[in-house]
Design a protein around this ligand. Structure first.
Ligand code: GDP
Ligand code: IMO
Ligand code: MG
Length: 420
């Protein structure tokens, strides 16, 4: 069976920490979508590490890690990441497998990402500029190069052909940066990738499942950044929701057991796009400061606001969430008053649904107020020992969403997770 851990908001919910915590219970951890736009923070022996493409099970010797076919992979970034996990004494060659169907991010994809954002001007997406959209465009446009192609002698010819096509696009977009250094790094990294265990991911995973092995699929980004159901066009280019597990790994829907949805106790977003509960005031600043809300991949300050129940309920619906994990609950320790958005007011009308074009509407969040618990919860180990006001807050979320909170994270450390 396959369990899934994924984000229910706009990313950075703390998925990495949760996957790292649960990894020892599984035989295989698999990334099924996204690429180096992800930044998953883990603490290993008290030291911080941010993973972008390597699944968050890498620090557990007995757990295998698969980069699935649904991922878009930047070889240069993978090489750097491998160096950083090796510094922790991890033998990454032993435990990382890459699907032969995984698409490659080329230097020109990164350039195209940059050129496309420049063209959008004030309406830019706020992309991480890692080449994600152009790489997925080449996948659906049937031009992309895959990890399995690296083992074929026609690779360089195929590369040159695609590069030429990209160059024409870049010329049209008036983008003239010199890419020779990026290309040099890229070719070095390809040699590095060729030495990995490149597998037929779908057989690799299904053979394991048939033998009763357990798989944990690790989501990147968040449900509101899903290319179909997120706040389009301010989204990423993959299906971040549970359905993406089937196409991104080659597993059947019946194999999926638990869908564990991760949400912060409040809400953040990095990059452009609608964010109905955003706080552009001192309270938002306080959330950013206490929550240390700066991007793990780009270092950009994250926009902060109250928990958006409407968006969360939508995310629970499209993912089929069976268990909820609330992270960063400790960040709210100091607040006198907390709020949760329970409806949207649009043109004077109340709604509890996510509208079609959120970015073109003026959405006023309808906020329910809660008294803050004003207690330091970072050392609490048991749910029953949490302040009553906090348990009331959690109870309200459970009822509003119709999903039970199974865990509460009360700090970045691996031991700071309370089972309910
Ligand atoms: P991911 O992309 O979903 O894995 O999340 P990120 O790593 O981008 O961002 C989450 C940030 O919050 C990281 O800096 C984590 O170390 C931190 N974090 C995770 N859980 C908690 C928590 O419960 N409390 C606090 N204070 N920080 C947390
Ligand atoms: P993790 O896995 C937060 C956002 C970008 C931008 C939009 C499109 O760490 O939660 P892209 O680079 O995909 O073209 O950017 O999506 N974004 C993320 N925001 N966490 C992420 O990943 C993100 N990955 C992409 O900021 O708004
Ligand atoms: Mg992140």
């Amino acid at each position: 069976m396959v369990d899934v851990i994924l984000g229910l908001q706009w990313g950075d919910e703390g998925k990495g920490k949760i996957v790292d915590y649960f990894a020892p219970r599984y035989d295989l951890i698999a990334r099924f979508q996204g690429g180096p736009n992800a930044g998953h923070t883990l603490y290993v022996d008290g030291k911080k590490i941010v993973l972008h493409q390597i699944p968050s099970g890498i620090f557990h010797e007995k757990t295998a890690n698969l980069i699935g076919n649904g991922v878009v992979l930047d070889p240069v970034i993978l090489k750097k990441e491998c160096d950083s996990v090796a510094a922790f004494g991890v033998d990454y060659r032993k435990n990382i497998y890459i699907s032969q169907r995984t698409h490659l991010i080329l230097p020109t994809h990164r350039a195209l990402d940059k050129a496309s954002e420049m063209l959008k001007g004030a309406e830019k997406i706020g992309s991480t500029l890692k080449g994600i959209a152009p790489a997925y465009m080449d996948k659906t446009g049937r031009n992309g190069l895959r990890v399995g192609d690296l083992l074929d002698k026609s690779f360089t010819t195929q590369y040159i052909r695609l590069r030429l096509k990209h160059q024409k696009l870049l010329d049209n977009l008036n983008f003239h940066e010199d890419l020779s250094e990026w290309e040099e790094e890229f070719f070095e990294a390809l040699d590095f990738i060729r030495q990995f265990k490149i597998v037929n991911g779908e057989y690799f995973i299904n053979e394991r499942l048939a033998k009763g092995k357990t798989v944990l699929a690790e989501g990147a980004q968040g449900s509101m950044l899903d290319v179909d159901f997120g706040t389009f066009p301010y989204v990423t280019s993959s299906n971040t929701i549970s359905a993406g597990v089937c196409t991104g790994l080659g597993v059947a829907p019946q194999q999926i057991r638990d869908v564990i949805g991760v949400s912060k106790a409040y809400c953040t977003r990095v990059g452009g796009g609608p964010f109905p509960t955003e706080l552009e005031d001192a309270t938002g600043e306080q959330l950013r400061k206490i929550g240390n809300e700066f991007g793990a991949t780009t270092g950009r300050p994250r926009r902060c606001g109250w928990m958006d129940g409407v968006a969360l309920r939508f995310a629970c619906m499209i993912n089929g969430v069976t268990k909820l994990v609330i992270t960063k609950a400790d960040v709210l320790d100091a607040f006198e008053e907390l709020k949760i958005c329970t409806a949207y007011k649009i043109n004077g009308e109340m709604s509890t649904e996510i509208p079609f074009q959120m970015n073109r509407l003026k959405i006023e969040p309808v906020l329910q107020s809660f008294e803050g618990w004003k207690t330091d919860i970072t050392a609490t180990k048991k749910y029953d020992n949490l302040p009553l006001k906090m348990r009331d807050y959690v109870q309200f979320i459970n009822q509003y969403l119709g999903v039970r909170t199974a865990y509460i994270s009360n700090g970045p450390g691996k031991d700071q997770l309370i089972e309910n």
